[in-house]
Design a protein. Sequence first.
Length: 201
Amino acid sequence: MDGVVIDSEKLYSQSEEKLLDQHGVRFDDSDWNYIKGCTEEQFYNLIYSKFNLDIDRSELISDGRRFLKKIFSERLGYMNGFNDIYPTLRKKYRLALVTSTGPDIVSHVEGLLSIYNKFDLVITSADTKLHKPNPDPYLKAIDKLNLCPGECVVVEDSIQGVKAGKAAGCRVVALEGSVDRELLKDADYIISHLSGIQNIL
């Protein structure tokens, strides 16, 4: 979802930087690359494992969600090119939205952009015990759609997502932009714009 369907990655970064700055926390580039494609739980696990914060975890999570919802409400939109390729993809393929984002934020996005009706299936972080880079979210979607991994193509923008798609046995198309191109090298294909999908499928 994030960085492929909706143009949210830079909004996450801005929201998270604002949240962490209040507590004197500064991430380096390797941290930011790791958390893209991760769940909320994984994000806060990283924070609390690296930094000695004096704020209760549940309070920090609540603040983080509030910051994110505010910036989403003000600025969230679809990724450049998504609405151009979507009608063609919808006619030809069954589409699943497989996201590491939790149901609370996904519900907020739904209220803003009505994304659910664009997909045959939506999988959030609440639907599996293990998350990207584990294959479980994609395997869950594949099972629910009654397909085989070899019949599926995953479109991802993160290191964790590419690893999950490959581990699930799918072909993976990586969309560059959220992380540097060289970090997506494990994907089967790398594209610089969503329109490039039409040259692969």
